[in-house]
Design a protein around this ligand. Structure first.
Ligand code: NIG
Ligand code: FE
Length: 419
């Protein structure tokens, strides 16, 4: 039997425990369930008790001898961060495109010339299983070093059945091999592959008839995502793919209104998507429709910065009652980062979320965006013991000292994985 772990004297424990269950919006995003001089008892991979150091000292008085004790004086402790939107499984890299964009090319110029997503699709198709495993493992290690303990990952760099399945099966293998929990999303409609140029509707049918049924049958994904964007998939095509996925038990997600306003936010509300992502150019009507439908906004401020675009209207979305989550969008083109702490900083700086809202967006609401809120995203009795000990004393300092990795230690399922 492994020893229990008793973490005590935590200067500030942000439990994220609140009466609001399910996506948090408005004031509920500021409720961090703070405990000063906090304490946690971890056992069997789960959180067994949460309270003040005094409360737990009394409760576990006769078991303290058996525990491994961690003194967290001067430190903040939060739930493990959750990244609800990544493209973490891919081959190769695209540093030349970074230079090209600085020289004036746009993201869409590069993609339409056969680069961008198409370039990564070629490199992912060519990558061997072992190369893909090794490359992705390095990125997952980096996520963990940045305090992230759960990561959603999308396919979409295959755009043919074989490679889409290769990416999704790789996620299954990594779920077994790596400490991080991976949540898989199918994204066959990430771009239109060159073989189907001019025959977009045929590719949509191919996704619906030949790809989705196998993905569902093999239980390779929980979510179904589409790049609904001018020049990629229309709202009508996107709706068709998302509705087909729904019939097979896959929950819709949408890359919406990233480059142009295109009705993606409205579509997310209409199809009952769990979340709409990006939303840099979302319309006011779209934001209102999302608030009404209870669709989460998954905002990606590192992508906006990297593409040198204005960030999404995060402040406005929170004020209008949309529950906001944030994510790295980790991918080789528009956001090659694994740093959720940087994304929290940017959520404050470029979207005017408060430090408390940014933490909720990166933990509890992020868990809601991938339907994991009953397992992770807050520190509550019975939940997975996924937590981060930070080299700062409170949550404001975490967001204020920006661009720095403040992680001191990480526990995943009660096991210390970063020290
Ligand atoms: O979320 N916009 C579409 N997909 C990704 C970028 C993928 C890539 O450039 O490789 C995104 O930004
Ligand atoms: Fe993305």
């Amino acid at each position: 039997m492994k020893k229990p772990i008793w973490i005590k004297y935590i200067s500030q424990l942000a439990t994220l425990n609140s009466d609001v269950k399910g996506p948090r919006s408005k004031e509920a995003m500021s409720d961090l369930g703070l405990i000063e001089d906090g304490s946690l008892w971890l056992e069997d991979g789960k959180i067994q008790a949460v309270g003040t150091t005094d409360e737990l000292s009394e409760r576990y008085a006769d078991r303290i001898q058996e525990a491994e004790i961690v003194d967290a004086t001067g430190h903040l402790v939060t739930p493990g961060l959750v990244d609800p939107h990544t493209h973490v499984v891919y081959g190769g890299s695209r540093e030349r495109e970074f230079e090209m964009r600085l020289e004036g090319a746009t993201y869409m110029d590069i993609m339409n010339a056969g680069g961008g997503i198409h370039a990564t699709a070629r490199m992912t198709r060519e990558a061997t299983e072992e190369e893909l495993f090794e490359q992705t493992t390095r990125r997952l290690d980096s996520f963990l070093q940045h305090g992230v303990t759960t990561v959603e990952g999308k396919s979409g760099y295959g755009m043919n059945l074989e490679t889409e399945l290769k990416q999704l099966r790789m996620m299954k293998r990594l779920q077994e091999a790596h400490a991080i929990d991976l949540v898989p999303t199918f994204m066959g409609a990430h771009a239109v592959p060159p073989e189907f140029k001019g025959r977009e509707d045929e590719f949509v049918d191919h996704i619906i008839n030949d790809m989705l049924p196998i993905v569902a049958e093999e239980k390779l994904a929980e979510f179904n995502d589409v790049f609904c964007e001018l020049g990629v998939y229309t709202p009508e095509q996107s709706e068709k793919i998302l509705e087909a996925g729904k019939k097979l038990g896959l929950t819709p997600k949408i890359h919406a209104d990233e480059i142009e306003p295109y009705g993606g936010a409205e579509l997310a509300a209409k199809v009952g998507a769990i979340s709409a992502e990006h939303l840099l150019k979302a319309s006011d009507e779209g934001i209102q429709a999302m608030a009404k439908a209870g669709t989460l906004a998954c905002l990606l401020p590192a992508t906006a910065l990297y593409l040198r675009e204005d960030a999404a209207a995060g402040r406005k979305m929170v004020d209008e009652g949309v529950a906001v989550a944030i994510s790295t969008d980790c991918n080789p083109g528009s956001s090659p980062t694994t740093s959720m702490p940087l994304v929290m900083n940017l959520a404050c700086i470029s979207m005017r979320l408060t430090p408390a809202e940014a933490l909720t967006a990166a933990t509890y609401n992020a868990a809601c965006a991938i339907n994991r809120q009953n397992v992770v995203g807050s520190l509550e009795v019975g939940k997975q013991a996924d937590l981060v000990l930070w080299n700062v004393k409170n949550y404001q300092e975490l967001q204020y000292l920006f661009g720095v990795n403040h992680v001191k230690a990480v526990w995943k399922k009660g096991v210390q994985v970063v020290s």
